[in-house]
Design a protein around this ligand. Sequence first.
Ligand SMILES: NC(=O)c1ccc[n+]([C@@H]2O[C@H](COP(=O)([O-])OP(=O)(O)OC[C@H]3O[C@@H](n4cnc5c(N)ncnc54)[C@H](OP(=O)(O)O)[C@@H]3O)[C@@H](O)[C@H]2O)c1
Length: 248
Amino acid sequence: MTETTAILVGASSMLSKEIAKRLSASGMKLVLLAQDTASLDDVLTQLPETTQVFPLNIADAEQTITQLQQVWQQVGGAQLVLVNTGLNSYHPDLPWQLEQEIIDVNVKGFAAVCNTFFRLFREQGYGQLAAINSIAGLRGGPSVAFHAAKAFAINYLEGLSMHAQRLKLPIDITDIQLGLLDKAAMQHSQLWLSPVEEVARQTVNALLRRKRRVIVTKRWVTVAWLTRWLPEYIYNTRHWKQKKKRSK
Ligand SMILES: NC(=O)c1ccc[n+]([C@@H]2O[C@H](COP(=O)([O-])OP(=O)(O)OC[C@H]3O[C@@H](n4cnc5c(N)ncnc54)[C@H](OP(=O)(O)O)[C@@H]3O)[C@@H](O)[C@H]2O)c1
């Protein structure tokens, strides 16, 4: 039954695990892809035995494409694919090695994954491709490659959506743009960060409603709006102030 299968790429993150539990509870059979499959052991104890697991490192685009095609054959297709991979780091010297790693994973790897699943959905005749993205892509920022990569992802997904419409294919593209999430949710470290459970809840709602684009959590809609429209001299100052505070 391909209609109820969901593939999660980057299944090892805390957010992916929360999403996996919710998708499973909604009746979907899961296929989890992660760099280190052992990192899924904890969540697998909370998921049905039908859950399948495969290793995947998306840093090598060519290899990623081959592996995804093999997985697709083995699981017999899927109705939903959620891509939740990403690298981020900040270094004031902007060492090329770091920038390159971010570009390899967040741009090349991301595009290879989305391109492959789009083509597989096209052959299958339907599907939903979703990605966890970031409002960081709305504007440049101090984590230079990260912000630029997220802008790439926003535009790549929009392009795929346009392409599906032009081909008159029932392929939905969902861009889930996150604000900041609180990975230490249990400690409620910062009030304005969204707990992972709430991020997962809003994400799964958007997925099941096949939304084209959504900002999660809702409290980040205003921040996203401001980020997009603030004049550069104010937007730049805001970032400088944040960095100064952090370095104290
Ligand atoms: N955290 C936030 O506040 C925040 C805010 C806005 C947007 N986002 C976006 O949300 C997504 C997830 O972020 P997160 O904070 O949850 O990060 P995370 O916990 O570090 O998760 C990133 C995921 O990407 C996977 N990944 C990294 N490199 C990979 C590679 N080469 N091949 C395959 N998988 C790889 C990681 O796998 P491993 O565990 O094996 O490394 C992990 O599952 C990212 O797209 C990020 O931009 C996060």
